[in-house]
Design a protein around this ligand. Structure first.
Ligand SMILES: Nc1ncnc2c1ncn2[C@@H]1O[C@H](COP(=O)(O)OP(=O)(O)OP(=O)(O)O)[C@@H](O)[C@H]1O
Ligand SMILES: [Mg+2]
Length: 152
């Protein structure tokens, strides 16, 4: 199973990469974003939204766990930070199996509820403006997706 490591030199580069990824996304795709505070998870999500033609400003959901945006495909943006580790079934499947694309910040906190196949994107601080990005596709669909974006 391939893992891809990239360096993003600026927030703009991270967003541009997310725009490129967004162009290949299909309904029911799930992207799990991992990384410390300020690693760039929301910045990445803003790029996805931009690429999906979403014009509303994206910010991390503060009082809700999920925010839904309308674009070429609907985008379901989850930030599960406040849930902490939960095994309780909160009905996320409705989003994963819906008509849109799901992106989850702090996805490991709901690990037992995640689908079997998804794309993990880990972001690591790497200096002020740089981030290391590690793409870890789980399943054929996501392996193919990574190949397309990275190898063209
Ligand atoms: N290469 C880079 N990629 C992404 N963001 C970067 C990069 N360089 C600097 N930044 C900045 O780092 C910050 C990342 O904040 P962001 O809200 O996206 O992080 P987050 O992972 O969502 O944090 P939180 O855990 O608080 O939700 C932004 O201010 C962004 O401009
Ligand atoms: Mg965030």
């Amino acid at each position: 199973m391939a893992i891809y490591e990239l360096v993003m030199h600026s927030a703009e580069e991270t967003m541009e990469f997310a725009v490129r990824l967004s162009e290949q996304l299909q309904p029911k795709d799930v992207i799990a974003l991992e990384g410390d505070l300020g690693a760039g998870k929301t910045t990445f999500t803003k790029g996805l939204a931009k690429g999906l033609g979403i014009t509303r400003a994206v910010s991390s959901p503060t009082f809700t766990i999920v925010k839904e945006y309308k674009g070429r495909l609907p985008l379901y943006h989850m930030d599960v930070y406040r849930l902490e580790d939960t095994f309780e079934d909160l009905g996320f499947d409705e989003y994963f199996e819906g008509d849109g694309v799901t992106v989850i910040e702090w996805a490991h906190l709901i690990k037992p509820q995640l689908p079997d196949e998804l794309l993990y994107i880990h972001l690591y601080h790497h200096g002020d403006q740089e981030r290391k990005m590690v793409l870890e596709p789980i399943g054929k669909r996501y392996e193919q997706l990574c190949k397309e974006i990275i190898e063209g």
